[in-house]
Write a protein that binds this ligand. Structure first.
Ligand SMILES: Nc1ncnc2c1ncn2[C@@H]1O[C@H](COP(=O)(O)OP(=O)(O)OP(=O)(O)O)[C@@H](O)[C@H]1O
Ligand SMILES: [Mg+2]
Length: 451
């Protein structure tokens, strides 16, 4: 059996060398990185199975690293290493997708057990996901508005073909779900569904990410790596956030779409690929074309079958159905007896504008289900209090210094934006027009996050 490759990330050289030694004695292959940024470069350049990462690091924190790594390298298992003071943060990291954490001081025994458990768990999850997809190939995608009826018809017609599909719509309207519904409704359902978040990949890495590279193609490329196009062979490649791809990368993707073949970076062999391409964006591509930020020829290549998802505020008829679906899921997941949402609650929800669309609705319903504890029937007041934009009481305004009022309003706005983006900091920052690091600082200052 070939042993897994483990990347160790810590700003303390002593930890790097001792952990590396312990792992290599057990014949794991290892890589080390002294910072989150270096670790991300190594992940892009090598096949890594598991990352052991320190919580407290200068520059990019362990938490920030987890978020970026989970987005860009979802197949990699992440385990946090935390000091006493940072256990809380390590727990938070598991919510962002880290598999486990291990407390410092590290003992070799503890280290090896945690690593093997995390690898075993990951394997199990893979198998479970495969089983689930086999049992329920249909992805629950609901709606009873006229607009959604049209979307369903288009999905049904487009799924069995190999036609490229371009899905558009605001954040959280269900674009990814449409892509999956098409994949699972196609003859390629048994093949892979590979998602690439084009917005999350730095432009200098996109080529290697999409097309792969040969060993030694560039500094740091220590092993050969297959790109997403190749990984999606026989299945579907979902190019998410295509509107955020650089013009340079667009040119390269266009070539592959025209010729159905590619060369890995640093390679001379021409590789045939058979991947159905589905793209999605929350941008209006014709606008981007007139601004000169999106190639018109690529747009026509991608937009063979267009599917537009209207914002939730324009299809409020869907709210009731979606709410009962999300209530069922939330009760099941939390081991609660099925709760009922009465009509006054639906009316309250219908009065809200849903800037975060279905994702925001799902989060609000989940929170309401959890926070109402044993209560069986939820009415408008239970849900109203979950919605952002409550006004501050006159008394609060009178008795609070302006500085604190501004902070309170800011806290509420940032929280609402995070909620609408599933807690995803990079996406929230983009929506608010802030740098990600700036948003992190702000969240800390506002007490939304304590690291
Ligand atoms: N019609 C629907 N029926 C059931 N669940 C839905 C529906 N639409 C969206 N959802 C749920 O809402 C959440 C957001 O959907 P999804 O991730 O597909 O949106 P998106 O358009 O890709 O968002 P973003 O632009 O932010 O990436 C998911 O949890 C998804 O399961
Ligand atoms: Mg999406």
């Amino acid at each position: 059996m070939t042993r897994a490759t483990i990347l160790v990330v810590d700003d303390e050289p002593n930890i790097l060398s001792s952990v590396r030694r312990a792992l290599e004695l057990e014949s794991f292959r290892t890589e080390v990185a002294g910072s989150g940024a270096i670790a991300l470069e190594k992940l892009a350049a090598n096949s890594v199975d598991l990352v052991l990462v320190d919580v407290m690091m200068p520059e990019m924190s362990g938490l920030e690293f987890v978020e970026i790594a989970r987005e860009r390298f979802p197949e990699v298992v992440v385990v946090m290493m935390s000091g006493n003071a940072t256990v809380e943060t390590a727990v938070q990291a598991t919510k962002l997708g880290a598999t486990d954490f291990i407390e410092k001081p590290l003992s070799t025994e503890k280290l090896l057990i945690t690593v093997s458990n995390a690898l075993a768990l990951d394997k199990l999850r893979d198998q479970n996901a495969k089983l689930r997809a086999a049992e329920h190939p249909e992805v629950a995608f609901l709606g009873n508005s006229e607009a959604m009826a049209q979307v369903f018809t288009t999905i049904e017609r487009a799924a069995p073909t190999k036609g490229r599909v371009l899905i558009t719509g605001e954040n959280g309207t269900g674009k990814e779900l449409v892509a999956k519904a098409i994949h699972y409704g196609s003859k390629r359902a048994d093949g892979p569904f590979v998602r690439v978040n084009c917005a999350a990949i730095p432009s200098e890495l996109i080529e290697s990410e999409l097309f792969g590279h040969e060993k030694g193609a560039f500094t740091g490329a220590q092993t050969q790596k297959r790109g997403k196009f190749e990984l999606a062979n026989g299945g579907t490649l979902f190019l998410d956030e295509i509107g955020d791809m650089t013009l340079e990368a667009q040119a390269k993707v266009l070539r592959v779409l025209q010729e159905n073949e590619l060369e890995r970076v640093g390679g001379s062999e021409t590789i045939k690929v058979d991947a159905r391409v589905i793209a999605a964006t929350n941008k209006v591509l014709p606008d981007e074309i007139s601004k000169g930020t999106f190639r018109e020829d690529l747009y026509y290549r991608l937009n063979v079958v267009p599917i537009h998802l209207p914002p939730l505020r324009e299809r409020k008829l869907d709210i009731k159905l979606l709410v009962s679906h999300f209530v069922t899921i939330a009760c099941e997941e939390n081991g609660l007896k099925l709760k009922v949402i009465d009509d006054s609650a639906i009316a309250a929800l219908s009065g809200y504008s849903w800037p975060g669309n279905v994702r925001e609705l799902k989060n609000v319903v989940e929170r309401a289900v959890i926070l109402t504890g044993g209560k069986q029937e939820l009415s408008s007041s239970d849900l109203q209090s979950m919605l952002p934009g409550k006004h501050f009481s006159a008394e609060f305004v009178r008795n609070t210094p302006l500085k604190e009022l501004v902070a309170a309003a800011e806290r509420e706005l940032v929280t609402a934006a995070l909620l609408a983006n599933d807690g995803h900091v990079s996406n929230t920052a983009k929506e608010l027009g802030l740098e990600r690091s700036h948003l992190y600082k702000k969240m800390k200052a506002l007490g939304i996050r304590n690291e």
